[in-house]
Design a protein. Structure first.
Length: 182
């Protein structure tokens, strides 16, 4: 009788335990179209486009540049999000696939007007040796992250997909993954 009671208590404890996914990306990967505004959570929206304007004119490349603009809106209350951004496509939460090639960003520029005087719109070239690319952004209203990718010559006409995994920590903790056909 006591063994059954312990077994029932153990099963009950496991049943009410929260389940955490093994990978960082929770839930299914959402497929979105370039230029589509997508709502995540209650007020956080994302829109991804391929940009014709480049804030990265001073970044030296051997290949062809591709600039992707991720427009974010945290609403009036704001949002805090986190992701890993490195120049290594295997460890970065943001990467581009073009054919069989998988590329990490070469440079990034953040533009968030809610940061006031801290919104310097500085271009940061990502170092291939830097493996710690933890990014945490807190903002209200609209803002954007511009990313520069370097494609080998001849890959500009190949269909491309941007893959992004991020986590919000405020106003609630959620994980999101999406792929955008560019």
């Amino acid at each position: 009788m006591i063994k059954r009671l312990i077994l029932v208590a153990a099963i009950g404890a496991f049943a009410i335990q929260p389940v955490y996914p093994q990978s960082q990306a929770a839930g299914p990967v959402k497929q979105i179209k370039a230029g589509e505004v997508v709502l995540f959570g209650d007020t956080f929206t994302v829109k991804v486009t391929q940009s014709t304007k480049s804030p990265f004119s001073n970044v030296k490349l051997k290949g062809e540049p591709l600039v992707v603009l991720i427009e974010l809106d945290g609403g009036k209350k704001g949002v805090t999000l986190a992701y890993n951004l490195t120049a290594d496509a295997r460890s970065s939460d943001v990467y581009l696939t073009s054919g069989a090639l998988r590329s990490a960003p070469r440079a990034v520029m953040e533009d968030f007007p809610s940061w006031g005087g801290d919104n310097d719109k500085e271009v940061e070239v990502l170092d291939r040796r830097d493996t710690d690319g933890n990014v945490s952004l807190s903002f209200a209203g609209k803002g954007a992250v511009s990313l520069l990718f370097e494609l080998p010559p001849g890959q500009t006409k190949t269909p491309k997909k941007l893959s992004v995994s991020l986590r919000t920590t405020e106003p609630q903790s959620e994980a999101y993954s999406f792929v955008v056909n560019l």
